[in-house]
Write a protein that binds this ligand. Structure first.
Ligand code: UD1
Length: 366
């Protein structure tokens, strides 16, 4: 009997990571996957588009949870996931990253005595006001397998007393990026947003969606004051998350000359990151992707989970500080060297190998 894993995704970055794991699972005949989408992200630009372009199999279950405050959103997920896990009775649950979907999957599984694998375990910002930090800490406490992208992540877990089931495997996002780089560099059609706006390679790519920047009016104002100032000197292209657009509408903060567009598909954001002079973001994933693409990154947060990119000199934290943001774009972080970070681009195969071996041997504990 093949090993049965049930994977839970819900938000954009998880769907991208799922593309890598699904391929590694499909390459073997001793493991099968059931895919569950919580429906946390439901807009086509934040969900469906990634399934299409990365050829991810359609979810077996879509829970249609949608948007709600944290408690209500997580609660709906717990209730619906319990039903699905009861029906499917998998050997293990796989959950990625730090979203409400991640924590809901882990909590539901452990209460049903189903072991959970947490992919991207051990990352910490040490800021419990971030919903993502709470999701990570809780998930790491109840997971049976902790797949870490870096030595720092392994050390963070050890500091919290989590040592069993910890594996350093590298980062799934690098698996996908490694496969996509040649294609995204060749495919000029991925740069059509630039052509549409008469922009050549001198531009800044900006994304903003972190709750601390969207839901705090002073931070939203400071970030967009900075981006507007940059845009008066060099074009700024900003594919904006719906949450940020809503916040801008609500608060009346101006976007000025910033070229605001809808969220773009994965291959398009990679193409833009690759060509941009600087990436300004509060995303976690884009800090790594900018690094791998050797584009300087300015991070509009007070801290980063991806500290190695800071240490290597390719990423700088400016928080929601207008002046620091503008200064960092003028003098972008560009390290002297570019050491390989976060594994070798073969994380998915390692994860599946470990899971299958341990499950077949019954070598895991809750
Ligand atoms: C979530 C994750 C975050 C991840 C991000 C990737 C949590 C706590 N946060 O943040 O870690 O980096 O996804 O994008 O899980 N909305 C839409 N359409 C959608 C989805 C959301 O309009 O398809 C709007 C809604 O107004 C919603 C708001 O965005 O209230 C926030 O959505 P939510 O799913 O709570 O979190 P994200 O900000 O997307």
């Amino acid at each position: 009997m093949p090993v049965q894993v049930l994977t839970v995704v819900g938000a954009r970055p998880q769907i991208i990571k799922e593309a890598a794991l699904a391929r590694a699972i499909q390459a073997r005949d001793d493991v099968e996957e059931v895919l569950v989408h919580t429906g946390q992200h439901y807009d086509h630009e934040l969900s469906g588009v990634f399934f299409d372009e990365l050829a991810i199999p359609a979810p077996d279950h879509n829970l249609g949870v949608g948007s709600a405050p944290h408690g209500a959103q997580t609660g709906r997920m717990l209730e619906k996931l319990e039903q699905v896990l009861d029906d499917e009775d998998p050997d293990a649950v796989v959950t990625y990253g730090d979203t409400n979907s991640t924590m809901a999957a882990a909590l539901t599984a452990v209460k049903l005595h189903i072991p959970t694998a947490h992919v991207e375990a051990g990352l910490r910002s040490f800021d419990r006001r971030m919903p993502e930090e709470v999701n990570r800490v809780v998930t790491d406490q109840v997971a049976s397998w902790l797949f870490c992208p870096s030595r720092t992540a392994v050390d963070n877990l050890a500091d919290e007393g989590v040592r069993n089931g910890v594996h350093m495997v590298g980062d799934l996002m690098q698996d996908i990026l490694r496969l996509e780089i040649p294609g995204i560099r060749k495919d000029a059609s991925l740069g059509r947003i630039l052509e549409d706006h008469g922009i050549d390679d001198a531009f800044v790519l900006a994304t903003v969606h972190r709750q601390a920047n969207t839901d705090d009016p002073a931070n939203l104002q400071a970030v967009f004051d900075g981006l507007r100032q940059v845009a008066s000197e060099i074009p700024v292209v900003a594919p904006l998350h719906p949450r940020t657009r809503n916040a801008l509408d609500r608060s009346g903060v101006a976007t000025g000359e910033i070229v605001v567009v809808d969220p773009v598909p994965y291959r398009q954001i990679l193409h833009l990151m690759d060509r941009a002079r600087v990436v300004c973001t509060d995303s976690g994933g884009m800090q790594k992707e900018a690094y791998w693409l050797e584009t300087p990154c300015v991070t509009m947060r007070p801290h980063s989970e991806w500290t190695e990119t800071l240490d290597a000199g390719w990423n700088r934290l400016v928080d929601a500080d207008t002046e620091a943001l503008v200064e960092a774009v003028h003098d972008p972080p560009r390290g002297d060297a570019h050491p390989p970070l976060y594994g070798d681009g073969h994380a998915a195969g390692k994860i599946v190998e470990i899971l299958v071996e341990d499950i077949e041997a019954g070598d895991w504990s809750l």
